[in-house]
Design a protein around this ligand. Structure first.
Ligand code: FAD
Length: 293
């Protein structure tokens, strides 16, 4: 593998770890990162109150010292096609994460003050939301990201509720994340499925269908509930962003050539830092075998 040119797309935990392993094997490594700061979700989305950014810069410094080239603010897609990277390198570690919120296709979703978690958490971390004092915030969803949104809203002074279509026992969030939200004072409204967002340009209330769960399936009871809200944050999941394929002949991630090895959240069932790092090691091993290491 010595001397081989490897491109790494994304500077999240998977990208950084694979770059470290590859440069240690004597490869010439270039990281392509669309944002101005490295670190992926750790830089932009994990709430600052529970995750310090202090550990990111030393890791990047170390990569640079070892000879890794890092091209920041270089988004792969229409302007910098993936195809060119594929042609210009011996192999590619493809670790762009899943920077696309899962969408909720209901009436009123376009209203002002209806946001997805991606926008809300980034603005929170960048200090762009001054205060939500006296406001009522409803977070839709009950995963770890929903807990982080609710706990962030509470810290901005809002009265905050998590609304979920199943029961408390079905919440996908990890136990310690739910515990943190409860301790922070987040309220939980269970068995509610959002039907529509209502307001004149700006959100005023959310109409929910009341639900029950039968044999694991969510069913509407026929009753509705109106909840006043100044801000709704939709946190029902993440998905890959297909923009990265624009300007290239590949129509889907499945169509990528063999020398493009996927790593991180994009391929991992469990979206966790440790799993992203583990998948980076697996990607490097696969590249090693491919290049005759
Ligand atoms: C709110 C929140 C809280 C979390 N809390 C925890 C936690 O407590 N513990 C835990 O273990 N995990 C947590 N996670 C999950 C963890 O952050 C991810 O599993 C991990 O960051 C995935 O690493 P990755 O390298 O695959 O992708 P990412 O960290 O998403 O990094 C991908 C990188 O690729 C870049 N990129 C994307 N598209 C392009 C492109 N077209 N061109 C160039 N670059 C591109 C992005 O800018 C980004 O820097 C949390 C996630 C969220 C959203």
């Amino acid at each position: 593998m010595e001397g081989k040119r490897i491109a790494v797309i994304g500077s999240g935990p998977a990208g950084m770890h694979s770059a470290l392993l590859l440069v240690r094997k004597g490869c010439k490594v270039e990281i392509f990162e669309k944002e101005a700061l490295p670190g992926g979700m750790l830089q932009y989305y994990l709430p600052k109150f529970r995750f310090s950014r202090d550990g990111i810069a030393p890791k990047i410094e170390k990569l640079k010292q070892l000879g890794v080239e890092i091209k920041m603010e270089t988004e792969i897609g229409e302007e910098n096609p993936l195809q060119e990277i594929v042609e210009g390198f011996d192999a590619v570690v493809f670790a762009p994460g899943e920077w696309n919120a899962r969408k909720l296709g209901i009436e009123g979703v376009e209203l002002e003050n209806v946001q997805y978690w991606l926008e809300f958490l980034r603005e929170y971390n960048e200090g762009k939301i001054e205060s939500l004092e006296g406001k009522e915030v409803v977070v839709i969803g009950a995963g770890d990201t929903a807990m982080d949104c609710a706990r962030s809203a509470i810290r901005l002074g809002a009265k905050t509720k998590i609304a979920y279509r199943r029961g408390k026992e079905d919440m996908p969030a990890m136990e310690q994340e739910v515990k943190g939200a409860v301790e922070d004072g987040v309220e939980f409204a269970m068995h509610l499925s959002p039907q529509k967002f209502v307001g004149q340009g700006k959100l005023e209330k959310i109409v929910f269908d009341k639900t029950s769960v039968k044999d694991g399936k969510v069913e509407k009871t026929g009753e509705t509930l109106e909840v006043k809200a100044d801000l709704a944050v939709i946190a029902i999941g993440q998905q890959p962003n297909p923009n990265i394929l624009e300007g290239s002949p590949f129509k889907s991630f499945e169509e990528l050539p063999e020398k493009v090895v996927l790593a991180g959240d994009l391929v991992n069932e469990q979206k966790l830092i440790a799993i992203a790092i583990q998948s980076a090691a697996e990607a490097v091993e696969k590249i090693g075998k491919m290049l005759g290491d």
